[in-house]
Design a protein around this ligand. Structure first.
Ligand code: B1M
Length: 207
């Protein structure tokens, strides 16, 4: 039985090895992967962010928590990856220009892969040309992530760049809302990574 509280604490404290051990043990026990994310790892990142807002945690703590989170995610990813099936479609994911946050973007990529899509991970700090590389490689959907109110406006540049081209642009990230999506004319918004999969399913009519 997984101790979600221990997992959450290990992520928050940035104890990379503990996170890896707890996640591996949970995998061995065939724990529900979504529960690991939703009850342990994601709330940990939320809480460290709140501490940061209250000046109770600082950038180095955020960084080591993020590294610990990635240690767990890298163990989960292969389990969610599609097993030899024909991909349902091709999606390019990236964090927008000026923004280095990649955990949410990585989760979106993992969930999409798990749902059977081929994912082109464009990384962080992506400008329009970088997103365009995704389209050139055959992506039918461009998924943009932004975690900063200062980088969110770049999503409009991406939407404008792809207007009239044969590709959908979808957006997400902590400061992003459906209202913002409507305002900039993106093709869709989702609050979380599993919602991103449903959104892509509906845009590509694969579900
Ligand atoms: Co930064 N940071 N950070 N940070 N950081 C936030 C975002 C912040 C809210 C913290 C705070 O003040 N409470 C704040 C932003 C404030 C604002 O803009 N209003 C902030 C700040 C200010 C900064 C710096 C400016 C700090 C500084 O240097 N003074 C700096 C900026 C650097 C830059 O990008 N240029 C900075 C740096 C960093 C670190 C490098 C230290 C580290 C990032 C490491 C990394 O990503 N590899 C970091 C972290 C870890 C955070 C917090 C604590 C956690 C982010 C995270 O990973 N969350 C964050 C506080 C918070 O979010 N509560 C914070 C977990 C992740 C799973 O959630 O990414 O929201 P999230 O993804 C969700 C959904 O949003 C959605 O799905 C995911 C869940 O299923 N989603 C999508 C995300 N992308 C999607 C795309 C889609 C669909 C859904 O496409 C369709």
């Amino acid at each position: 039985m997984t101790d979600f509280e221990a997992l959450k604490t290990a992520v928050m404290k940035g104890r990379r090895n503990d996170v890896a051990n707890l996640v591996q043990a949970a995998i061995n026990e065939q724990e529900d992967i979504n529960a690991l994310l939703d009850k342990g790892m994601i709330p940990a990142m939320r809480e460290i962010g709140e501490k940061f807002s209250r000046n109770e945690a600082y950038v180095p703590e955020l960084l080591i928590a993020a590294r610990a989170m990635q240690a767990g995610l890298s163990l989960i990813e292969p389990l969610l990856a599609a097993s030899g099936r024909q991909p349902l479609g091709k999606i390019a994911v990236g964090t927008v220009k000026g923004d280095l946050h990649d955990i949410g973007k990585n989760l979106v990529a993992i969930m999409l892969k798990g749902a059977g899509y081929e994912v082109i991970d464009l990384g962080v700090n992506c400008d329009c040309d970088k997103f365009n590389e995704g389209m050139k490689q055959g992506a039918q959907v461009i998924a943009c992530s932004s975690l900063l109110t200062t980088t969110m406006p770049y999503m409009k540049d991406v939407v404008d760049f792809f207007r009239g081209k044969n590709v959908k642009v979808i957006i997400g990230g902590a400061p992003v809302t459906q209202a913002y999506c409507d305002k900039i004319g993106a093709d869709g918004y989702s609050e979380d990574a599993s919602g991103a999969v449903r959104l892509v399913d509906s845009l590509l009519k694969t579900a």
